[in-house]
Design a binder for this molecule. Structure first.
Ligand code: SF4
Ligand code: SF4
Length: 369
């Protein structure tokens, strides 16, 4: 069994280093129910689901019968800026109460360990959620009524805003951040949260699956610090950070559970190994490579190409060795792609990094299609 850690000083609960994200379950319901139980039997404890994750709540409800409910910390979430189920849904105490009661029915449980405000992504969201009569008031009332035990929020907001929220949010026990080898921006906010006794939970520890794919560049780093492969490197990097409480990893098959649990069973990286990893990653940031920073000054392109999006794919393929992930990401770009480039070079006059964008479009067309 995995060692347990404090889920932040405020919560008083304990969690293992890796836990279950419930948004990528298999479509076959019997497989999905078995997978949830498999993960719990393997030691995963915190379950992060949402009213907006298709049938996830319903599947978890089936899986938690037969004594499994008592083994887990069950967390779900909603917000009207992500999902509106009725036209009058708003960031109010009344709406969140309806959603809590609905999640209890779908999950078929008497109480929730956590009910989270889903994605506070701006100061406006924060103000709406915490206003008198707002979502937080509704959740705190549900806590008083015994329907919910604790609360917090998930986020993709700016680091500066988050530092303010953790000072203000006496109601909040945990925050769910994105953090992984490819995205370290929230480290200062995670530290600020931990210093206030707020647990920092981490979504996307394997970069939304990108770090589960082959990368000769990252494999070299993994071997330098004694990790067997890149997914193990990714999980241990997250769980070794002193400001991280635990990772919440989306599971779709038993192998996802096995990989996460076996990585978490390995020792945390020591300070020297973390220094090596961070140095390696720092050397590949746009500030140090001089590549695209995503500033968008080059836009608009007369051909309608989303230049920063194409450049991100190029960076993933060339700088990080994540060719397959980059190709998939490139296919998903909705606007015109590199093949629409007529080499006019209007963008290059505006590029803050003086990049040869027209040449890069040729590279993308050749290597990413
Ligand atoms: S060179 Fe290509 S990418 Fe740049 S503005 Fe012209 S068409 Fe757009
Ligand atoms: S201006 Fe240059 S650095 Fe900025 S997004 Fe465009 S290509 Fe990237």
């Amino acid at each position: 069994m995995m060692e347990l850690r404090d889920l932040g000083a405020r919560s008083g609960m304990k969690v293992p280093p890796v836990n279950m994200g419930a948004m990528r379950f298999p479509r076959d319901v019997k497989d999905a129910v078995s997978l949830v139980r498999y993960a719990i039997d393997a030691g995963m404890r915190y379950i992060d689901t949402s009213r907006g994750y298709a049938e996830s709540e319903w599947i978890i409800g089936r899986a938690l019968r037969d004594g499994y409910r008592e083994k887990v910390i069950l967390s779900t979430k909603s917000s009207p800026w992500i999902i509106k189920l009725r036209p009058d849904d708003g960031p109010t105490a009344a709406t969140v109460r309806r959603r809590i009661e609905e999640s209890l029915l779908r999950l078929d449980v008497d109480y929730l360990d956590y009910y989270q405000v889903w994605n506070i992504n701006s100061r406006e969201h924060y103000e709406e959620a915490t206003a008198p009569g707002g979502m937080v008031e509704g959740i705190l009332q549900a806590i008083d009524d015994g329907l919910v035990r604790r609360t917090g929020f998930t986020t993709h907001d700016t680091v500066e805003n988050l530092k303010d929220y953790v000072r203000e949010a006496s109601w909040c026990d945990t925050i769910l951040f994105t953090y992984n080898l490819l995205n370290r921006q929230y480290e200062p906010a995670m530290q600020a949260a931990a210093e206030q006794g707020i647990g920092a939970l981490i979504m996307n520890p394997v970069g939304g699956g990108r770090l589960a794919e082959e990368s000769p560049v990252l494999l070299e780093l993994a071997h330098q610090v004694g990790a067997a492969d890149v997914p193990e490197l990714a999980i241990r990097f997250v769980t070794s950070n002193p400001w991280v409480t635990c990772a919440v990893s989306g599971i779709n098959r038993q192998a996802d559970v096995d990989h996460a649990v076996s990585a978490a069973a390995k020792p945390s990286f020591n300070a020297e190994q973390m220094r090596l990893i961070n140095e390696f990653l720092d050397a590949r940031t746009p500030q140090n490579t001089g590549f695209c920073t995503g500033c968008k000054y080059c836009l608009p392109c007369p051909q309608g190409i989303d230049i920063p999006a194409v450049m991100r794919c190029i960076d993933n393929a060339r700088n990080w060795g994540l060719l397959q992930a980059a190709r998939r990401q490139y296919q998903n770009i909705k606007s015109a792609k590199a093949d629409a480039c007529n080499q006019c070079r209007a963008c290059e006059k505006k590029c803050t990094q003086n990049l040869s964008i027209a040449e890069e479009m040729r590279w993308a067309e050749k290597h990413l299609t």
